[in-house]
Design a protein around this ligand. Structure first.
Ligand code: ADP
Ligand code: NI
Length: 216
């Protein structure tokens, strides 16, 4: 299979399993992350096919909705799709390692990713901030039945990775435990530049949100 065929096989598969997903890992998230990753790669370098496949596959077996061993599942999927020959084994191992470790996890256990993995991590994080990030956070909170905000609870910092994973607070808290931290956690200069505007927009949103909350 040539690289263009590999990418369309993976694209079709991921689209078929993620269309209509409602926890923020839907197909359009994958499309946005794949596009952002390609933009970052053009400026920063890296293997284009590796970046694209990492982005397309990065949420297919996310722990939020897949209970089994995601590494085994990904390796099985590579065989099922008939695309193993496109990279040597150690590259596939690297791609799977990157996918398993590019999540935020409260920022507590950042793992050493390949340059391509770092680009996809940046793209995934860019899609969690700005206007889209705000929309995703409230969609996620809604899907979990959470309050928009609760002033009695206030803003509670999260101290450990375990606490981050089981987090169950109002959605505004998520801005302080994750979204507002991401700008400073970008791996690449290109992503940091894109993040600035998105970060500012979230700050403006929050200022307006709290002002309206107080009846402004
Ligand atoms: P990613 O695709 O970046 O790995 P996650 O799996 O952490 O993202 O979450 C998917 C989306 O849901 C992201 O936009 C994220 O910010 C949002 N999200 C995750 N946890 C929460 C939460 N506790 N409250 C609100 N939004 C959340
Ligand atoms: Ni993602």
């Amino acid at each position: 299979m040539n690289p263009a065929d590999v990418s369309s096989v993976v694209r079709d598969y991921v689209r078929s399993v993620s269309l209509g997903e409602s926890t923020g890992h839907d197909w359009w998230h994958v499309v946005r992350v794949t596009g952002l990753a390609a933009t970052i790669r053009e400026a920063e370098g890296g293997d284009p096919l590796r970046v694209e496949l990492t982005a397309l596959l990065h949420d297919v077996f996310d722990e939020k909705f897949y209970d089994g061993d995601a590494g085994t599942a990904l390796s099985g999927l590579v065989d099922q799709l008939g695309i193993r020959a496109v990279f040597p084994d150690e590259v596939w191992d690297g791609i799977i390692f990157d996918i398993l470790h590019l999540g935020f996890a409260g920022g507590f256990d950042q793992m050493p990713l390949s340059p391509e993995g770092q680009i996809v991590q940046d793209a995934d994080r860019l899609d969690a901030i700005g206007a889209i990030g705000i929309a995703r956070a409230f969609a996620y909170g809604g899907a979990k039945g959470r309050e928009l905000y609760n002033p009695e609870e206030g803003i509670v910092p999260v101290a450990t990775a375990a606490e981050y994973r089981t987090g169950s607070r109002h959605t505004v808290n998520h801005f302080y435990e994750k979204l507002l931290l991401l700008q400073d956690r970008m791996n690449t200069k290109t992503a940091r530049r894109i993040a600035e505007r998105r970060h500012r927009f979230m700050e403006e949103f929050l200022a307006e949100f709290f002002a309206e909350w107080e009846g402004a």
